[in-house]
Design a protein around this ligand. Structure first.
Ligand code: 26V
Length: 831
């Protein structure tokens, strides 16, 4: 990218030299061993060479940050997250460092294409969905904005899982992403911290201390994230648990090899997978231990750094922000209190003030199942000192509430950090639990949601009591995405077109995109836009053919829904529409109901279902069953195709999003906290069909509401209909199309005559339909017909797509991070 080279012209030549030298060294290593210089070897060599350059920058940045903070009261941000969905790193590093051409030239004599090398890299898929990808976008913006910061996570050896499809059903495999090593990570053997589990609390000289149990050591591995327009970098520090003890030598000598090593395996199991199945007690314990490991190692690291820089604990809360990315790291305030009280001898008041100053919390979902609570019993067994501290925090907090609201015992029960369970006898299901989200709220100076509607709903629903107690604590910070990955890298052709049309300013200031709006009517721009989209669609069509064997037409409308599979996201509504369209095509192949020829459509779905989420898995199976029938029906041809692309992840999204014409954002109003895929699609010139939910609302406001295909009940409508006693059957009886769809699923039309396969799914839709698919179906289909109508007019469609791009300037994660700095992480936000 020319702006990179022009911003640091003098060092760029030196940088290229350093890169070439490192590359030559690594390649020589391979050659010396007579190993082939294939794409795999080059990938490794190039990654190591980039890492060398980044490591040098890293050291400079740390020194600069320390000096800057001492002088100017700049806070360092510590972003704690169980998930980081980083995806691939080489393309990003080459773009950031301006080394793409350099590598391409080095490859030419080897007869290798850069694209083949880039494709070899496995995704670092250490996350589940939006929350994890947001964390990765934030690291990119931390670097770009030069924010002193550390991202903290765990180094999962097998990610979450790799999704395979067998007979139309999801199967889960370990995602062995580090099989060929991980050339990007920088191990920090000097950074090791002890983390304890179990044991008991003793009193020594009036001081409470946690002793006994087992200890593991957390070892730091750094992944360095480059800025794209400066020599800054940010850091993702990932912890690896190891046993403090080597093998048991006596057992080993007795020939009991596995036994000699079992304590080491138990420690390493902490790092095997993200979100281990927690349907068993052992699974839950593992998960709680992972959270404790992340929190404890990260905070010990923070304190050690602060002591080195400041010489004492004073000012810790003003100099350091600790941000909780959702509820999973909510143990952090309890652990910080323990470290400050027990290990560093502070008094309660002082420790609590530092903690409250440092900690802030973002909520990412209103789904009740994601608001973690842990049985007291598990805390007693694993984290007894933390439980004492949580009791004390709760006691002091409830005292305050009691003073403010005397006599309101119901309020005390609702806001308590401890869920007392129903009644006094906690036999089954009703055991006492710690409410982790409540701990996060009480211990934070700021709490925010991730889009305006979601932040409003947080205050009105799950956190209503706390919001009345602490009205100034609650804020909104609407999400954003990094335009470096999601526009510049994913869509080079559109990026070049933007450069030609607007100049390169958008690359450093995305708000420049708004200048595109007044050009959207220009025929030449529309044509160029269409060509870009067409080329991206051809690439996706090739990928679909490779992955599934299915041939789809790049002339068809590419209608895309890619995200975790969840009932609230309503992939099922999408499939119901596909069935309705299929039935209408079969009934009249010559014309759509409006008398016009059918607009050919390719519906693409991708996403993983959590391994224990049966309904989500059934939805994946239905997508495959319907796809098989529709795609092989000769009456249908190109008029309709349904594709499920397996193993959804960051890299797949980078191929799919630039090729989409239509982005499906169809969650039940009030359920999707924000969405970030919605932003990536619009930035790449897809139109959105969406509900009035999450960040869709703000997107519509920024691009002009008429530029989006909005349908369905709104949040108030959803609440009202539910209050009145929602009966989905009324909608089915009312609509012939809907009834025909339900009947076809029910009579086995898509399941080879097996009328039982989707019984549970249909019963749920007919009897409960908690996400109101039946109520929104008619409007969804009518809106899809409006989509067809516009697609028949290529100029009109392109004009609107360009206006969508123009409206997305505000949705850069740089803007989001600037808002966090101003409202949450600045010294000023501490009051
Ligand atoms: C979900 C699951 C499901 C699988 C098993 C483990 C597990 C653990 C946690 C969660 C909660 C996920 C929360 C989440 O990803 N929220 C998403 O956050 C995005 C970034 O703020 C936002 O755009 C999405 O709307 C929201 O769903």
């Amino acid at each position: 990218m020319s702006s990179t080279s022009s911003s640091i012209p003098r060092s760029q030549a030196a940088l290229q030299k350093a890169f070439q030298a490192a590359l030559a060294r690594e390649m020589a290593q391979a050659q010396a061993q007579q190993l082939p210089l294939d794409a795999q070897a080059v990938l490794r060599a190039a990654a190591l060479a980039c890492r060398d350059v980044l490591a040098a920058r890293w050291a400079q940045v740390q020194m600069a940050d320390a000096a800057r903070r001492l002088g100017q009261g700049v806070r360092r941000v510590h972003y704690l997250s169980m998930e980081f969905l980083m995806g691939r790193a080489l393309h990003n590093a080459l773009s950031a460092l301006g080394l793409r051409d350099c590598l391409e030239q080095a490859l030419a004599p080897l007869g290798l294409a850069l694209g083949d090398v880039l494709e070899r890299e496995p995704d670092a898929a250490l996350g589940n969905g939006g929350l994890g990808r947001l964390a990765a976008c934030f690291l990119d913006s931390f670097a770009e904005l030069g924010l002193p910061s550390f991202g903290y996570g765990l180094r999962y050896e097998y990610g979450m899982f790799a999704q395979g499809i067998a007979d139309g059903r999801q199967i889960e495999r370990p995602d062995d992403w580090m099989r060929a090593g991980n050339p990007w990570e920088v191990v920090r053997p000097e950074l090791r911290y002890l983390v304890r589990f179990g044991g008991r609390v003793v009193v020594e000289g009036g001081q409470r201390r946690w002793v006994g149990g087992e200890e593991v050591e957390a070892l730091a591995f750094d992944f360095i994230v480059p800025a794209h327009h400066s020599a800054r970098v940010s850091t993702l520090r990932q912890w690896q648990a190891r046993s403090v003890n080597p093998i048991a030598f006596d057992a080993f000598c007795r020939g009991e090899h596995a036994q000699a090593n079992q304590h080491r395996v138990a420690a390493e199991a902490l790092n095997w997978v993200l979100y281990p199945d927690d349907s068993t007690e052992a699974g839950q314990m593992l998960r709680l231990k992972q959270e404790a490991l992340l929190v404890s190692a990260s905070l010990q690291d923070l304190i050690a750094r602060h002591l080195r820089e400041a010489g004492g604990l004073q000012g810790l809360g003003r100099a350091n922000a600790i941000h909780l990315n959702d509820t999973h790291p909510a143990l952090a305030p309890a652990e910080l209190m323990r470290l400050l009280l027990d290990e560093h001898g502070l008094g309660w008041e002082e420790a609590w003030n530092l903690t409250r100053q440092a900690v802030s919390y973002t909520n990412h979902t209103l789904m009740p199942e994601a608001l973690e609570t842990w049985p007291l019993r598990m805390f007693e067994a694993l984290l007894p000192r933390h439980l004492e501290i949580i009791y004390e925090i709760n006691h002091r907090f409830l005292e305050g509430v009691r003073r403010q609201h005397p006599g309101d015992d119901a309020l005390l029960r609702r806001v308590s950090l401890i869920d007392e369970g129903p009644g006094d006898f906690h036999s089954r299901g009703g055991e006492r639990r710690v409410r982790m989200a409540a701990l996060a709220v009480v211990a934070s100076h700021r709490v925010n949601g991730v889009a305006q509607l979601h932040s409003d709903l947080c205050v009105q629903t799950i956190f209503a009591d706390y919001a009345r107690l602490f009205p100034d604590r609650f804020h909104n910070v609407t999400n954003g995405v990094t335009p470096r990955r999601w526009l510049a890298q994913a869509n080079p052709a559109l990026s070049s077109l933007l450069d030609e049309t607007l100049g390169e300013g958008w690359r450093t200031d995305l708000s420049e995109l708004k200048k595109l709006a007044k050009k959207a009517g220009q025929l030449k721009l529309q044509k160029a836009f269409q060509q870009v989209k067409r080329a991206n669609k051809e690439k996706l069509a090739a990928r679909i053919r490779m992955e599934t064997g299915l041939v789809v037409s790049p002339d068809s409308l590419f209608d895309v829904q890619i995200k975790r599979i969840h009932e609230y996201k309503r992939q099922l509504l999408n499939i119901l529409h596909v069935i309705a369209r299929y039935q209408a095509i079969v009934a009249n192949p010559a014309a759509a109901p409006d008398g016009m020829p059918w607009v050919p459509r390719t519906v693409v779905i991708a996403g993983k279902a959590a391994s224990a989420y049966q309904m989500a898995k059934l939805i994946i199976q239905l997508a495959h069953d319907v796809g098989r029938v529709v795609n092989s029906d000769p009456r249908v041809g190109d008029k309709l195709k349904l594709v499920f692309l397996p193993n959804y992840g960051v890299s797949l999204a980078e191929t799919i999003i630039p090729a989409a014409d239509l982005s499906e954002q169809i969650s039940t109003a009030g359920t999707e906290a924000s969405g970030t895929g919605n932003m990536k699609f619009a930035m790449n010139g897809a139109l959105t069909i969406g509900t009035w939910d999450g960040a869709n609302i703000e997107m519509a406001e920024h691009m002009g509401v008429d530029e989006m295909f909005v349908f369905g009940l709104r949040t108030e409508g959803v609440a009202k209909i539910k209050a009145l006693g929602y009966d989905p059957r009324l909608y089915i009886e009312e609509s012939r199309a809907l009834k025909a769809v339900m009947d076809a699923i029910g009579d086995g039309s898509f399941s080879g005559g097996d009328a039982n396969r989707y019984r549970a799914l249909l019963d749920n839709l007919q009897q409960r339909d908690g996400y109101l698919l039946m109520a929104d179906f008619a409007d969804y289909c009518a809106t899809q017909a409006r989509v067809d109508e516009l697609f028949r007019d290529p100029a009109g469609w392109s004009q609107r797509a360009i206006k969508n791009v123009a409206g997305m300037g505000w949705f850069s994660s740089d803007r989001t991070i600037a808002e966090y700095v101003e409202r949450v992480w600045s010294v000023e936000s501490l009051g």
